[in-house]
Design a protein around this ligand. Sequence first.
Ligand code: PHE
Length: 348
Amino acid sequence: MGPVMDTAQLEDTEREAAARLQAATDPDQLRAAEYETLGKRSALAAFNQQLGQLSPEERRSTGQLLNAARARLQAFADARRQELEAEARAARLEAERLDLTEVPPGPERGHLNLVTQTRDELEEVFIGMGYAVAEGPEVETDWYNFEALNIPKAHPARSGFDTLYVDWGEPGSTLLRAHTSPVQIRVMQTQKPPIYSIMPGKVYRKDTPDARHTPSFNQIEGLVVDKAITFGDLAGTIEVFTGAYFGPAIHSRLRPAYFPFTEPSAEFEITCTICEGEGCRTCSGTGWIELGGCGMVHPNVFAAVGIDPEEWGGFAFGFGIDRCAQMRHGLSDMRVLLDNDIRFISQF
Ligand code: PHE
């Protein structure tokens, strides 16, 4: 047994014991540290055993010092235990927490198809010019698709539409609309002029798919019925639309054409955006791409819906939405719009 301890030794021992307790990082380690610093084999216990060698006065005073040191260390250990238990509880709660906001990994979210996006953008351009949006059925009658539009039976223009007929009612009476112009008729039947309306939607033709054609495509029809409407209003409207949608670098031109439901009529073309007018495969070397047709509403069409052509005038136009998407995004082949190839679709 060594020399009887002095106060400095006791202080050192207490400091070391406190450091040892503080160093414990979980309740198990703390229990081990308490055993080492306060248990039967601890330095503190060894000091207690030395008390017997002291005189009665020294034994009392040193005993008090030892008891006080032990009490402080025990209080320190208890505080440390509470701290570590709180930490362990927090860690357990964190580990067991369910994150209900987590988005499970998986396929990316989808978005609107390019054609739908294009339709929305075109609608925005015309809504900005004060037009309303109207819709009509895709399965139509011969009367709406042809008769009311001044295309009677046996009219040569009928063959130009390559119409798909539906097996319903009288043979030849029901069809998949070949253009959006029948919606003009429906709008004029239900609304009084003045009318400023666009009519987007799907149309169907017996076309063989190629770089510029698909058997089902989308058109957007425009109809204005008002007083003192001129061909200049029509040309100006198309010019404004072309600039608003394609940008000021793309020009439009009207070429004389024939449609039974308009007189005079024109074809509406824009600079080919693939070659910017140089001539390429997409525009068959012309530098221009046909978007659709237009003209002044024919008096026979007004007569079919009971609008007085002496009082009202109007213009109409119709063009391809898919063709606009093709031109705007430089798609050399329109068939990609129907392929549903995710590598193409996800680019827009
Ligand atoms: N309906 C015509 C077509 O599909 C386009 C058009 C619409 C022409 C309105 C003139 C006026 O070809």
